[in-house]
Write a protein that binds this ligand. Structure first.
Ligand code: KG4
Ligand code: ZN
Length: 339
C-alpha cells in the first residue's frame, strides 16, 4: 500500500500569512490564514513594508496553529512547499526563509511554488484534474487564461495588457468610496443594482485571448466625474452592476471561446476574483449548456490567498521530482511558464 503523503504549504506573497497541511495533495488536514486587511484598509491598499512586518510577527503563530489543528509535528511531514514568487519581495522572503529554516532543521525537501500555480491547484482540492484543462485566473495581480496539458505544465494563452481584474475592482471601488479590498463590496452592490450604464468591453483583436481593464476603469471614473460636474448622481448599485457586467461578459466569452478551441475537459476558476458571485453564476450558466466540459469553482476560502493551494501545487511538483535548495530566494517577477 502506498504511504500517505503530508505536505506543509506556506504562503506570504501579499497580505495573508498562511500555512496548511495537505494529505495526498487533495485532503486538507489543517488550513490557517491570518489576514492583514484591517491594517492596510486605512491606506486604501497593501503597503509593502507593513505587509512584511506583519508576516514576521504572524508566521510562527500561524505555523504553530497549523500543527496544532493537524495534531502533527514537522517529523510527520514529507516536504515543505512555499510560494517563491511572484509577489512583494519583502513578503515572499518571510515565507521562503521560514520554509528554509524548517527544511534545514528537520532535513525535509523544499519545493518552491509559483503563486498562480497555487491558485489553479486550489481546484484539485475540489476535484481531480483531467487534461487538457483551461484555467481562468483572476486575482488582484493577475488575469490570465492558462492552458494545462499535464500536471505542472502551464501555458499562458492570454493575459491582461494593463490592469488585473481585481485591481480594476479595487480602483473602481475606491472611486465609489468603498473600503479596501473593493471586490467583495462591488459584488454585493451589483446584486442590488441594474446594469443600466453602457460601459465599454475591451474585446481587443478578434483572435486574442488577452484582456484589458484600464479603459473600463477610466470609463467608470470619467462617467462619475462628469455626472458629478453636472450635478447628477448615479446609484452606486447601478455603477457596480454595470461595471461588473462589463468585466464578466469579457471574461466568460473569452473563456468559453478558448475552452472550445482547445477542446478542454475541464475549466477551472482561480484567484481572488473567483469569489465573485456574479462571475461564478455567469460561468455556471454558460457551461450548463456544455456538459462535455466540466466547470470547477473552488469554495470561497480557497479562492482568496491561502496555503492549502500552495501545498496542492507543491505536492504535484514534489511528485515530479522538483526540489529547491537552501539558496532559494523570493522572486517578485517569477514566470509561470518557466518556474
Ligand atoms: O488572489 P487574491 O486573494 O490575491 C492576489 O493574489 O492578488 O486576490 C485579491 C483580489 C482583490 O483585488 C479583491 O478585491 C478581489 O480579489 N476579490 C473580489 C472578490 N473577492 C475578492 N473581486 C470581486 N468580487 C469578489 N467577491
Ligand atoms: Zn493570490
Amino acid at each position: 500500500m502506498k504511504k500517505d503523503m503530508y505536505i506543509l504549504g506556506l504562503e506570504t506573497s501579499c497580505d495573508e500569512t498562511a500555512a496548511a497541511i495537505l494529505k495526498n495533495g487533495r485532503e486538507i488536514v489543517a488550513n490557517v490564514v491570518s489576514s492583514q486587511i484591517e491594517s492596510h484598509k486605512r491606506f486604501g491598499g497593501v503597503v509593502p513594508e507593513v505587509a512584511s512586518r506583519h508576516h514576521v510577527e504572524e508566521i510562527t503563530f500561524v505555523l504553530e496553529e497549523t500543527f496544532k489543528q493537524a495534531g502533527m509535528s514537522a517529523s510527520d511531514l514529507d516536504a515543505i512547499a512555499v510560494t517563491k514568487g511572484p509577489g512583494l519581495v519583502g513578503s515572499l522572503l518571510i515565507g521562503v526563509n521560514a520554509a528554509k529554516a524548517m527544511a534545514f532543521a528537520h532535513g525535509l525537501p523544499l519545493v518552491g511554488v509559483h503563486h498562480i500555480a497555487g491558485h489553479i491547484y486550489a481546484n484539485r482540492i475540489v476535484k481531480e484534474m483531467a487534461f487538457p484543462l483551461l484555467s481562468l485566473v483572476v486575482s488582484g495581480g493577475h488575469t490570465e487564461l492558462v492552458l494545462m496539458r499535464e500536471h505542472g505544465s502551464f501555458e499562458v494563452i492570454g493575459e491582461t495588457r494593463d490592469d488585473a481584474a481585481g485591481e480594476a475592482y479595487d480602483k473602481v471601488a475606491r472611486t465609489l468610496d468603498l473600503p479596501y479590498p473593493g471586490g467583495p463590496h462591488i459584488d454585493r452592490l451589483a446584486k442590488e443594482g441594474e446594469a443600466t450604464i453602457p460601459f465599454p468591453r475591451a474585446w481587443l483583436e478578434e483572435e486574442s485571448y488577452d484582456f484589458s481593464f484600464s479603459g473600463l476603469k477610466s470609463a467608470v471614473i470619467n462617467t462619475l466625474h462628469n455626472a458629478n460636474q453636472r450635478g447628477e448622481v448615479f446609484k452606486k448599485e447601478d455603477v457596480a452592476a454595470s461595471f461588473q457586467q462589463s468585466v464578466i461578459e469579457v471574461l466568460t466569452v473569452k473563456t468559453m471561446r478558448a475552452a472550445q478551441q482547445f477542446q478542454v475537459k475541464q475549466v477551472l476558476l482561480s484567484g481572488g476574483v473567483a469569489a465573485n458571485q456574479g462571475l461564478r453564476k455567469a460561468l455556471e450558466e454558460q457551461f450548463a449548456d456544455h456538459p462535455d466540459m466540466e466547470l470547477i469553482i473552488p469554495p470561497l476560502q480557497l479562492c482568496t490567498d491561502n496555503a492549502a493551494m500552495i501545498a496542492a501545487a507543491g505536492t504535484v511538483l514534489f511528485e515530479k521530482g522538483k526540489r529547491d535548495g537552501l539558496d532559494m530566494n523570493g522572486y517578485p517577477g517569477l514566470d509561470i511558464e518557466q518556474f
